[in-house]
Write a protein that binds this ligand. Sequence first.
Ligand code: NAG
Ligand code: NAG
Ligand code: NAG
Ligand code: NAG
Ligand code: NAG
Ligand code: NAG
Length: 767
Amino acid sequence: MEMDVVFLLAFVVLLCLGASTQGNGDSFTVTVNTNGSYSIAVQGNIWLKSAPTFVRVNKQIYSTADGSLKLLQTTGTSGTDFIGKWQSTSFLYQADTCRFLASIYFYTPDPSIFSYNNPPEQFLLFKQTYLTQTNATMAPTVDETIAGFPGFVVEEASVPLGYLSYGGDMYGDTGKAFGQFGPKMKITSGIRSGPLSIFDRVKTANTVILSPASTFMSANLWQQTTSTGSNLYWGIMGGVSDMVPEFETSTILFYSNQGINKGFVSWGQILQKMYGRDNSLVKSDFTNNYLGYWTDNGAYYYYKTEPEKNYQDTILDIASLINDTGIPFRYLQFDSWWYYKGAGNGVKTWESTPQVFPNGMQWLYNKTGLPISAHNRYWSSDTTYAKQNGGKYLFLVENDKALPMDQTFWDDLLSNGRKWGLMTYEQDWLNVEFAGVPSLTEDVYLAEAWLNQMGRGATKNGLTIQYCMANSRHILQGITLPAVTQARASDDYHPGTQQWRIGVSSVFAWAIGIAPFKDNFWTTTVQPGTSYKGATEPYTELNALVATLSTGPVGPSDMIGKFNKTIIMKSVNSEGLILKPSRPATAIDNMIRRLAWDDFEGPDGEVWSTYSDFGGSNKYGIVLAADVHGNYTMTPCMAGFQGFPKSMVFPAKHPNKIQLLTDPQPLQMSGCTMVDFCLYYVSPVVTFQGHQVLIQGELDKWVPMSPQRVVDINVDSNDINVRITGGALEEVTFWFNTDGVSKSVTCYLGNTGDASMSYKEGGCQYD
Ligand SMILES: *[C@@H]1O[C@H](CO)[C@@H](O)[C@H](O)[C@H]1NC(C)=O
Ligand SMILES: *[C@@H]1O[C@H](CO)[C@@H](O)[C@H](O)[C@H]1NC(C)=O
Ligand SMILES: *[C@@H]1O[C@H](CO)[C@@H](O)[C@H](O)[C@H]1NC(C)=O
Ligand SMILES: *[C@@H]1O[C@H](CO)[C@@H](O)[C@H](O)[C@H]1NC(C)=O
Ligand SMILES: *[C@@H]1O[C@H](CO)[C@@H](O)[C@H](O)[C@H]1NC(C)=O
Ligand SMILES: *[C@@H]1O[C@H](CO)[C@@H](O)[C@H](O)[C@H]1NC(C)=O
């Protein structure tokens, strides 16, 4: 009876783990006691100890702390499903007359789910199931939870642990927190909570990631303050009052010994697998792939037109500028200035006003031929679409806001948008709508239905969706919606501000698979007559680079006449196709750990990495260091370049300054500011006819080796051939370094935009 269940799994030591690992080699141990308590240990050290399980029923709290939550039975079982093998322990509890099941599933996932070789990852799923109708579950505030399982005591572990907790809106960026896991920990709790990661200080961080794994829109992480410190609880948000029998919610606790970045990727791969995430639209999405002109907050033409002109004429001038300057903008973004506002400044009718576009949206679209990414916000209580206001559709109207309830509303709205060129629907103010319509936080299904209907409406109409001001819950729900292809990853742009710092939110983004968006940016420092109190943008290049490395939209927003074509063309090919890397650039693990611990030997500033992957050993790395105080030395492992072939690194501006990049010969960085940031490229060493050759690529682009340009790399004993693609007759200049000397090869693509570049011939061949 009193036998405790202990799950033990051994792991394999991988490259980069180094000698600093501690413990007995059992990487991840979960101890589950028959009395309902549990603990998590990593390499023999206890990281997390359970807090009492509790359930709110009939306005009372029933807790294992005082025995009011009665444990009736403990059972164990095991099985296999499409994720992998599992063993489980379930605790059957009674609270008043209600029954509640708390289960812990220990999964050993199928290795084929992961992109990293030899994954030692394991995870737990904590499931809560309401077995009976359970009433009056509501907590004092919506930010709490109506039941707590799992729950963990926040206290110092036997080894120092740090945390990164996402929170707030914009991909968990605005409320993110870092620090040492312990009594001083303070995270964004409740409705605005996000995934939490906990890591140690060993060379390759052991990492545990906790987040909801289902019912994303109604799940909270609540930091409960206690007399001695605090507890962390996952469960349904505090506003919910009645639970129906069989309602289930779950929380994932994911373990990785591959570091923070790779741990997040594997955690995201599990969630994506669970919901059959389809990322094909993220890859094919027009606005993720082509240069666009933006007019949102921070843009020169945000609620501002050219002098003496209306928006229609201003937009026409921008469109003709594409022809005049040759800057290949392929779509336009219209922000909130174009539609009718109603109560509480919500959207009343999602149509253009005659003041903005006197000839209408369709006329304008016919004239420019440019597709549109169009902004929308929360619906006002007087929206003309609602039956309450004489419209056609069922809406829930609460306070000054309204919530669409009919699938046909979305189908019709988005279908109508296609007539005027709508391509990406930008749903902004997601957090404000969620918190501002009380039923959304009182009902476990409503918010999910709202996003699902929007997502389905977009899919039916061949459109994609950008989320903006999304809480983590919206982002996680987005996993289930293939039309959601992009989401904002930091606060609104304003010239000269720091919102380019998306390296940490991009870790979350890359894990989930929805592309992070940096927002618009200026490419010229001074733009006369700006509405932003004379603000200037000293970091034009950094903003353009960050946008390009994000893999999300790239959207300059300059005043007419103030576009810097040189900067803009560094992001794209002649047709405006964004030359981006294979994955978003993300903050390296040691940057995150330095944010958690001042004394950690990480960079004092932003150091991010990414790469382009052409299969096999053809991996080309990129390192960005900006606003880094002092010097920083980074090995390839610290950059996340494990598994790369023998490579050399060089500064973007000095292709002759090549050096091997290995653990004993790390990259030394110094003087990396925001204006003069440090950008490095990493290329595999190719041995060709006795020479050491680096394919350095297109050095007049931010990403010199982009899968959007390079189709194939072929090295044999006769030649090195790089097949490239681009615009018809586009001029492409490529660099090769031979034994330390860089030389360029220029070629003009054929009419089809294809060519094969020959290293030996120093020119191009066409098929
Ligand atoms: C449950 O059992 C564990 C292990 O036997 C013990 O350490 C813990 O104090 C017990 N907890 C409660 C609430 O009884
Ligand atoms: C829960 O509330 C409903 C509606 O008020 C009521 O019919 C039902 O008897 C209640 N159930 C329990 C278990 O209290
Ligand atoms: C730009 O040029 C294209 C191709 O010549 C033409 O179809 C389009 O109407 C022009 N756009 C504007 C706004 O002048
Ligand atoms: C726009 O073009 C379409 C297709 O040619 C046409 O049916 C429609 O009437 C045009 N609309 C306007 C307002 O010019
Ligand atoms: C465009 O930007 C580049 C790079 O920052 C700069 O050297 C150049 O002077 C700028 N061009 C103009 C016209 O401002
Ligand atoms: C930082 O690096 C620069 C350039 O390599 C070097 O001159 C300087 O001495 C270094 N500073 C420190 C504190 O190591």
